[in-house]
Design a protein around this ligand. Structure first.
Ligand code: ATP
Ligand code: MG
Length: 476
C-alpha cells in the first residue's frame, strides 16, 4: 500500500473514531440531561398528587374511621381528570398492594410496588411496546390508610429525540468524513510528493542515469533529505565518472602496450625468421642480428620502465631531507660527458623534502626528453630556485616544442607526439608517465610550457625543508 494511502487511511480511521465517540458522548449527554429533567418533573408531580390526595382525603365527610375504597377511587378519579390534557396516569393500591384505582392505559407490572417503602419516593424507566415511561411511586397516608400512589409519565419523546440526534449526527459524520478524506487526500499527496520524487530519482539512478536530480519542493526534513540525496548523487556521479575514466585509461594503456609490443616483436620475428630460413652472407646476418639486438633492447627498456612505474606505485616514496646540490651533481656527472649539448646549470642551494632517487629519475627523464627534442649543440638549461610555495626545478630546451593540443596527452603512457621520431631515439612514451606517478607521491605535478619551434620548459615544485610548516599553514 502506498505511503500516502496509509496516511489517508489512518487519518480517516482517527477522524471516524474521534467523531464517532464525541458524537455518541454528546447525544447521550443531551439525552441523559433531558431524562433527568423528566424524572425530576415526574417525581415533583407525584409529590404534588400525593399532597393533593391527602388534602382531598381530609375533606371527605367523616362517616367512617377509615377512608373507604370508594372514596379513594373518587379522589383518584378527580385527580386524574384534573390533569386532563397532560396524559396523567395513576394507580392507587392498598396496604395489601391490591389495586384500588387504576387509569386506563396504566399498563405495567408490580415490581415498583413490591419494593415500595413508606415515606420514600421511587421511580424507574420502563418500556411498554414502543413507548417509554417514567413510573414513580410514593406512599400516601390518609385517614388511617397506608396507600400507595404510582404515576406513569410518557417520555417516548426524549428517546425519540435521542434516536433523531444519533441519525442527524451519523449523517453529519459521513459528510465530514467524506470532506475529510478529500482534503486529506490532497494534503497526504502533497506531503508525500518529495518521497515520490526521491523514488523516481532512485529508479532513474538504478537505470543508469546518474545525472538525474530530485527536485526539492520543501524546506522541511524531506526537503533536507532531497538535498542530501542530490549531494550523494553528485558524489556518486563524480566517483563513477572517475572510475569510468580510470577504466578507459587502463584500456588505453593495455591497447597502447599491446601495440608497442607488436612493433619490436614484428621486426625481431621477421629478422629471426630470415636468419633461420636462408643462409645469409655475413654482412646481412650481422645486420639482422643487430636489428634483433636493438629491438630487444627497446623491449627491455620498455619493460624496465613499466616495472619502474609499477614499483613506484606499489612501494611509494621514502621522503627525506635532500640537499639540492646532490641532485644537480648527479645530473652534471651523468650529462656533462655528452658534449653534443650545451648544459647550463643554475640553482640555489637548499634542502628539499623528497625521495632522492625518485626525483633523480624525474630529472633524468626531463633532461633526456630535452636532449631528444633538441638539435646537436643546442642549449639546455637546468635550474632550481626557492619560491614562496616551495622549491621549483625547471628543465628548459630550445628544441622542437610541443603543439598545444598535445600538451595534455604527453603524460599518458605510450603517448608520443611523433612516434617515428621518438622510436628512432629509443623512446617508449613512458618517461613522463613515470614522472607523473613519482611527482604524485610528492603531492606535486608536471607543469609544461611549450611553443612549437621555440622550445619547451618543464617544471615541478617540491616542499623545501624548514619551510614545510609555513607551506602547510598557507594551504590549510
Ligand atoms: P621514454 O621516455 O619512455 O624513453 P619518450 O621520451 O618518447 O619515451 P615521454 O618522456 O613520456 O616518452 O614523452 C612523451 C612524448 O612527449 C615524447 O615522445 C615527445 O613527443 C614529447 N616530449 C616530451 N618532452 C618533450 C620536449 N622537451 N620537447 C618536445 N617534445 C617532448
Ligand atoms: Mg622521455
Amino acid at each position: 500500500m502506498k505511503f500516502s494511502h496509509k496516511l489517508l487511511l489512518w487519518t480517516t480511521i482517527i477522524i471516524a473514531l474521534t467523531l464517532g465517540f464525541s458524537g455518541y458522548y454528546f447525544v447521550n449527554y443531551v439525552f441523559e440531561t433531558s431524562l433527568e429533567r423528566e424524572v425530576n418533573q415526574a417525581l415533583d408531580e407525584n409529590s404534588i398528587l400525593r399532597f393533593a390526595f391527602e388534602t382531598a382525603a381530609l375533606n371527605v365527610p367523616v362517616k367512617y374511621d377509615l377512608l373507604q375504597n370508594s372514596s379513594v377511587e373518587q379522589i383518584a378519579s378527580n385527580l386524574e381528570t384534573s390533569g386532563q390534557g397532560t396524559g396523567r396516569l395513576l394507580r392507587i393500591s392498598d396496604e395489601e398492594k391490591q389495586t384500588i384505582y387504576v387509569s386506563d392505559g396504566f399498563e405495567t407490572d408490580d415490581e415498583l410496588l413490591s419494593v415500595a417503602e413508606e415515606n420514600q419516593y421511587s421511580y424507574r424507566v420502563i418500556q411498554s411496546g414502543d413507548r417509554y415511561y417514567i413510573q414513580t411511586g410514593s406512599s400516601v397516608n390518609a385517614l388511617g390508610r397506608g396507600l400507595y400512589l404510582e404515576t406513569l409519565k410518557d417520555v417516548s419523546q426524549v428517546f425519540e429525540e435521542r434516536e433523531t440526534g444519533f441519525l442527524v449526527y451519523r449523517r453529519l459524520m459521513i459528510l465530514m468524513l467524506v470532506l475529510g478524506i478529500v482534503v486529506m487526500y490532497f494534503i497526504s499527496s502533497g506531503l508525500t510528493k518529495p518521497i515520490r520524487r526521491l523514488m523516481r530519482a532512485t529508479r532513474e539512478m538504478a537505470a543508469g542515469d546518474y545525472s538525474y536530480r530530485a527536485k526539492q519542493v520543501s524546506s522541511d526534513e524531506l526537503g533536507q533529505l532531497t538535498q542530501d540525496f542530490n549531494h550523494m548523487s553528485e558524489a556518486l556521479e563524480q566517483t563513477i565518472d572517475q572510475l569510468e575514466d580510470e577504466v578507459q585509461a587502463r584500456e588505453d594503456f593495455v591497447g597502447a602496450f599491446a601495440h608497442e609490443l607488436k612493433t619490436p616483436l614484428t621486426s625481431i620475428i621477421g629478422y629471426a625468421d630470415m636468419l633461420r630460413s636462408r643462409k645469409l652472407d655475413e654482412e646481412k646476418s650481422l645486420l639482422s642480428a643487430n636489428y634483433i639486438y636493438t629491438e630487444g633492447k627497446r623491449l627491455e627498456a620498455m619493460s624496465l620502465r613499466l616495472l619502474d612505474i609499477i614499483v613506484t606505485k606499489k612501494e611509494g616514496a621514502k621522503i627525506q631531507k635532500v640537499p639540492v646540490d646532490s641532485l644537480f651533481e648527479y645530473l652534471r656527472n651523468m650529462f656533462l660527458p655528452n658534449e653534443s649539448m650545451e648544459f647550463v646549470f643554475s640553482y640555489e642551494q637548499t634542502y628539499v623534502l623528497a625521495d632522492a632517487s625518485l626525483i633523480q629519475t624525474v630529472l633524468v627523464n626531463l633532461l633526456d626528453n630535452a636532449c631528444k627534442a633538441s638539435d646537436a649543440g643546442s642549449r639546455i638549461e637546468i635550474g632550481g630556485y626557492s619560491q614562496e610555495d616551495g622549491y621549483r626545478f625547471t628543465v628548459r630546451d630550445y628544441g622542437i616544442g610541443i603543439p598545444e593540443e598535445e600538451l595534455s596527452k604527453i603524460t599518458q603512457a605510450f603517448y608520443m607526439v611523433d612516434k617515428s621520431r621518438s622510436r628512432s631515439r629509443n623512446g617508449a612514451g613512458l618517461g613522463l608517465a613515470l614522472c607523473t606517478e613519482i611527482l604524485a607521491l610528492h603531492d606535486s605535478k608536471l607543469e609544461i610550457e611549450s611553443t612549437p619551434g621555440e622550445g619547451t620548459s618543464v617544471g615541478f615544485l617540491l616542499l623545501e625543508a624548514g619551510k614545510e610548516a609555513q607551506h602547510e599553514a598557507i594551504h590549510s
